[in-house]
Design a protein around this ligand. Structure first.
Ligand code: ADP
Ligand code: ZN
Ligand code: ZN
Length: 712
């Protein structure tokens, strides 16, 4: 360790400080040279030495100045160009907007392994040769001739320059081909240009990565396409990050974390399935990668392409065309209503469950339709949004229910290993032999999850035979949900089985609805979607509509095969509310009508996108303490000029109020002015830290702010 230089430079360094420390700004260190902003350094922090990023301009340090003794920068990570100003601006903005420390956001945006590497190790890593261009992987993905709709969209993107576009394209309209060709055009136009392509799910990246490598590997080498998601090992993530940062990678494909990739020549950002809730980070800095992508695109002069069959209502509203007196939204809207090579969108059949015999779970019509498809060698897919066997185990005698001792929730009965498992805290026990309260031996499952659905279906379809041409035999049912895919690689294996045709009926949670291009599915059914119609979360209908449209889009993707089969794709929905306007719009595959109706309701209720929200949440040992803290916090900002423009609702318990013995409460904060809301939050932050240290903070385990929350 060097002695502190007598004369040198003061540099600000963004480091990861503990969240409770309340330090939001970079820390000051001494350096022998005027390190440029963005330089990666190692600095002492307490007893440790940590990775940091130089923030802002270095200032000369005059000798003999009074004040606290500054510690020197320990090492500079040579060989790495500084992080760009655009990247630092993105981090600054995200930290400010989502109310987090700059250092936290900056460090979270860097690959974890960079923290551990010493300067020498990094130098060795950098000396490693990038993959040769000859290693181009499986070639053979040639661009397809665009359909007229694709051609029109590509022409608009070509002429459109920077700015954000919303591509509203039906499932199967060929959005992926548009992404591929838009990326190809950008990369061809500038030999250094880079593109960022984001998808919502890790599971969707391998499929897409293969497409991109096949298309661009032959042009730029296999190393030109890199992935970035949390399923990768730390060395893999470091490799991808370095390739992007050094400009060797032309395309970064990843999940929400990729929005922070260092891309010095970023020219295009694609956000596929832009409506997907998983773009919102649910811990730490609760950022929306979609919203940050739009911000980043504007900052860097890059084009941003948001794509979806069912855009978020925020983006839909944000892309409305100009009308009298209304200048319209900031995004330009592009449309691809037709499907390519696929048949029509599936016919939607609503089963009125009021007309079924009492306690019907699967209507006879639906079972019959599935049986017919099995007999013809086609596949069906059943969606149920609850895993496990039954949501509750109950005693008919004394009323005992399988509550979790640590949470205000029931433990779910999993028959497969005869366990009662809490889906909130993970607490699991073997199913008791008899009722723990009264000793009754007859305790029974109530309600139904995917496991039970699978079992019932097997009974109902027991007599059905597969076609002789396919080898005959009984129906093959598979289940895909968080339980069946707990082990690494299990999901990929199960999906492959569906693709190979080794499964006739697939039962699962919404996990199976996303993106997968199953060719032989001709029937999709939503078994019990009604919960979302009356949820207290105003976004529940939006999510349901999107889920149903998306899963419907899984059916009948191969029109030639469908015609040869003499079959027709169908989507079945079992509901007690067949008159609900959501289903009406779904029947007509009319997203714009659904969106118009929802936006009208949102406008009337002053909900987003017509207002802006944040949640202030507190966790404590008791519900009183949690709510008390929030109430005091609300009173604490009464004096601010913005307080009048920002409504603070009363503190309430969360829907699942207790998890793992922690009581949780939240307060909704809302304003028609985003600026007012942001100003209030910024001033609230230090006051909340102070409040936490005072008497109102007694018993508070943690508090957090969620800006633009997706789950209310
Ligand atoms: P989306 O992402 O909009 O749901 P995809 O990109 O998966 O749609 O495209 C649906 C199918 O159409 C895919 O099998 C794709 O290969 C095919 N496809 C897309 N564009 C074309 C085209 N221009 N010509 C022929 N086939 C196409
Ligand atoms: Zn009992
Ligand atoms: Zn629990």
């Amino acid at each position: 360790m060097k002695e502190a230089p007598e004369i040198g430079f003061r540099v600000q360094v963004a480091v990861q400080t503990p969240a409770h420390s309340g330090i939001a700004e970079p820390l000051t260190y001494l350096a022998a040279a005027a390190l440029p902003a963005g330089t990666l350094v190692r600095v002492p922090l307490g007893q440790r030495e940590v990775l940091g990023v130089v923030w802002g301009e270095a200032a000369p340090e005059a000798a003999g100045v009074e004040g606290p003794v500054l510690r020197p920068v320990a090492a500079v990570l040579e060989g790495l160009p500084p992080l760009s100003e655009g990247w630092r601006d993105l981090v600054d903005f995200a930290a400010r907007y989502y109310q987090r420390a700059v250092g936290e956001v900056a460090l979270a945006g860097l690959p974890p392994q960079l923290r551990e590497l010493g300067a020498d190790q990094l130098a060795r890593r950098l000396a490693r040769k990038p993959r040769a261009a000859a290693d181009a992987g499986p070639a053979g993905d040639t661009p397809r001739t665009p359909t007229p709709e694709q051609a029109a969209v590509l022409a608009e993107l070509r002429a459109g320059g920077a700015g954000a576009f919303l591509l509203h394209g039906s499932t199967g309209s060929g959005k992926t081909e548009v992404y591929l060709q838009a990326v190809a055009e950008r990369l061809a136009a500038d030999p250094e240009a880079q593109a960022l392509v984001m998808v919502p799910e890790i599971n969707l990246t391998p499929q897409l990565e293969a497409r991109f490598v096949a298309r661009f590997g032959p042009l730029y080498g296999a190393g030109a396409v890199v992935a970035m998601h949390s399923g990768m090992t730390n060395p893999q993530r470091l490799g991808s990050w370095l390739a992007a940062h050094l400009g060797r990678a032309r395309i970064v494909l990843g999940t929400r974390m990729a929005v922070f990739a260092s891309l010095p020549k970023l020219a295009l950002i694609v956000v596929d399935e832009e409506h997907d809730p998983s773009y919102k980070q649910q811990e730490g800095a609760r950022y929306s990668a979609r919203d940050l992508a739009v911000w980043r695109g504007r900052r860097e002069g890059a084009q941003v392409l948001l794509g979806s069959a069912t855009p978020s209502l925020e983006s839909w509203w944000g892309s409305r065309p100009p009308a009298d007196g209304d200048p319209g939204g900031r995004y330009r809207r592009l449309a691809m209503p037709s499907r390519v090579g696929a048949g029509d969108l599936p016919a939607v059949r609503l089963v009125d469950m009021n007309l079924q015999p009492p306690r019907t779970r699967l209507s006879a019509g639906l079972v019959d339709a599935i049986a017919q498809r099995v007999a013809r060698g086609e596949q069906s897919m059943l969606l149920l949004n609850r895993r496990g066997y039954a949501p509750v185990l109950a005693c008919g005698d004394c009323g005992w229910k399988s509550e979790c001792p640590h949470c205000s929730a029931y433990r779910v009965f999993h028959k497969i290993d005869r366990s009662l498992r809490c889906h909130h805290c993970g607490f699991a026990e073997r199913v008791p032999r008899a009722c723990p309260a009264c000793g009754n031996l007859d305790i029974a499952p109530v309600g139904r999850g995917t496991e039970r659905l699978e079992e019932e279906l097997a009974e109902l379809l027991a007599g059905v035979q597969r076609p002789e041409a396919d080898g005959g035999g009984p129906v093959r049912i598979a289940r895909i949900d968080a339980d069946s895919t707990r082990h690494e690689g299990e999901l990929a294996r199960q999906l492959a089985q569906v693709h190979e045709g080794a499964v006739d009926v697939l039962v699962g949670t919404q996990m199976i609805a996303k993106g997968h291009d199953f060719r032989r599915i001709t029937l999709v059914a939503a078994v019990n979607p009604d919960g979302a119609l009356f949820s207290s979360d105003f976004r529940a209908p939006e999510r349901l509509f999107s889920l149903l449209m998306q899963s419907g889009g899984r059916a009948g993707r191969d029109s030639a095969w469908l015609a040869a089969q003499g079959s027709r794709a169908e989507m079945w929905i079992q509901t007690f509310h067949p008159q609900h306007p959501l289903f009406g719009a779904l029947r007509r595959h009319d997203y714009p009508a659904f969106a118009a109706q929802q936006l009208e309701e949102r406008r009337a209720a002053s909900l987003p996108p017509f207002s802006f929200q944040a949640l202030l949440r507190a966790d404590a040992r008791t519900q009183e303490a949690a709510q008390g803290f929030l109430t005091a916090a609300s009173a604490d900002v009464e004096d601010l000029p913005e307080a009048a423009a920002v409504q603070r609702y009363p503190a309430v318990p969360l829907t699942i109020q207790r998890v793992a013995n922690v009581e949780r409460a939240q307060m909704l904060v809302e304003s028609e002015s985003r600026v007012a809301l942001q100003r209030l939050l910024a001033q609230w932050h230090p006051r909340l830290h102070a409040l936490r240290r005072g008497p109102e903070g007694q018993g508070i385990i943690r508090w957090l702010v969620d800006v633009d929350p997706q789950l209310i």
